[in-house]
Design a protein around this ligand. Structure first.
Ligand code: CTP
Ligand code: CA
Length: 229
């Protein structure tokens, strides 16, 4: 089986993985969210643990995924909570993977009570930027620490997706960027992913369409290579 074939090349490596979608509250019962299922991040955490790593999974909202065996879990809600948790855990790990879908914006105010429907038109919702956690983690990177980012990109053609992704890799400064081609029912809420793995050194590997577990293996192969360098 695949499990028997798993290498133990991450033995003792300390890894933090963020997963799922953050939720930004408008009032006690409503939020701005996104459609991340958390499946890719959970597959990464599970696979890394199977390959011998000590894994901390920082989990925002998911579609009710079971906790992977042998993994420490920290649960968060908002991007602000995810940011705090990632800064705390990343100081203690060799590898950081930001697979979470982080809300770029949050409502400027959170109403203390449920917003009521009245006869008047509703008030507009004002938004403010959230911090870029990945960029902050790169800025705080310890010597030798490997940092992996994700990007879900759309484009009219593969070239468009890739050029957006290359630019994002440069902008974020991470070591690896996992690029998912999205749109036309790809990636979101599906079992299968495909895309590219872009390295800061210029290497670009296509990731064949396959399960999220399969994609996780490809990502850990590249990370294991970077750690050995
Ligand atoms: N990310 C992050 N903090 C944010 C937004 C994104 O750490 N506030 C991380 C994501 O977890 C992912 C990577 O940055 O690993 C890329 O996220 P993405 O949304 O594709 O990039 P953005 O810089 O937000 O650009 P845009 O959404 O405009 O494409
Ligand atoms: Ca974004």
């Amino acid at each position: 089986s695949r499990r028997d074939a798993l290498p133990r090349d991450l033995e003792g490596v300390r890894i933090a993985v963020s997963a799922g979608g953050t939720r930004e509250p408008l009032d006690p019962v409503r939020y701005l969210g996104n459609r991340s299922s958390g499946k890719q991040g959970y597959a990464l955490a599970r696979t890394a643990a199977q390959r011998g790593a000590h894994v901390t999974l920082v989990s925002a909202h998911t579609v009710g995924l079971p906790e992977p065996a042998g993994v420490d879990i920290v649960r968060v809600g908002t991007a602000g909570e995810l940011r705090e948790a990632m800064h705390a855990v990343s100081a203690k790990v060799d590898v950081v993977v930001m697979a979470a879908a982080v809300a770029d914006f949050r409502p400027t105010a959170r109403a203390e009570y449920k917003i009521k429907k009245t006869d008047r038109e509703p008030d507009p919702v004002f938004l403010t930027r959230n911090a870029d956690i990945l960029a902050e983690l790169v800025a705080a990177r310890k010597p030798g620490q490997v940092i992996v980012g994700f990007a879900a990109e759309t484009g009219d053609s593969g070239a468009d997706v890739l050029s957006h992704a290359r630019e994002k890799l440069r902008r974020k400064g991470c070591d690896l960027l996992v690029v998912n081609a999205v749109g036309e029912g790809k990636a979101f809420e599906t079992e299968d992913n495909s895309g590219w793995l872009l390295s800061a050194d210029g290497e670009e590997r296509p990731i064949e369409l396959g399960s999220k577990a399969r994609m996780a293996s490809d990502i850990w192969d590249s990370v294991a290579q970077l750690i050995q360098q």
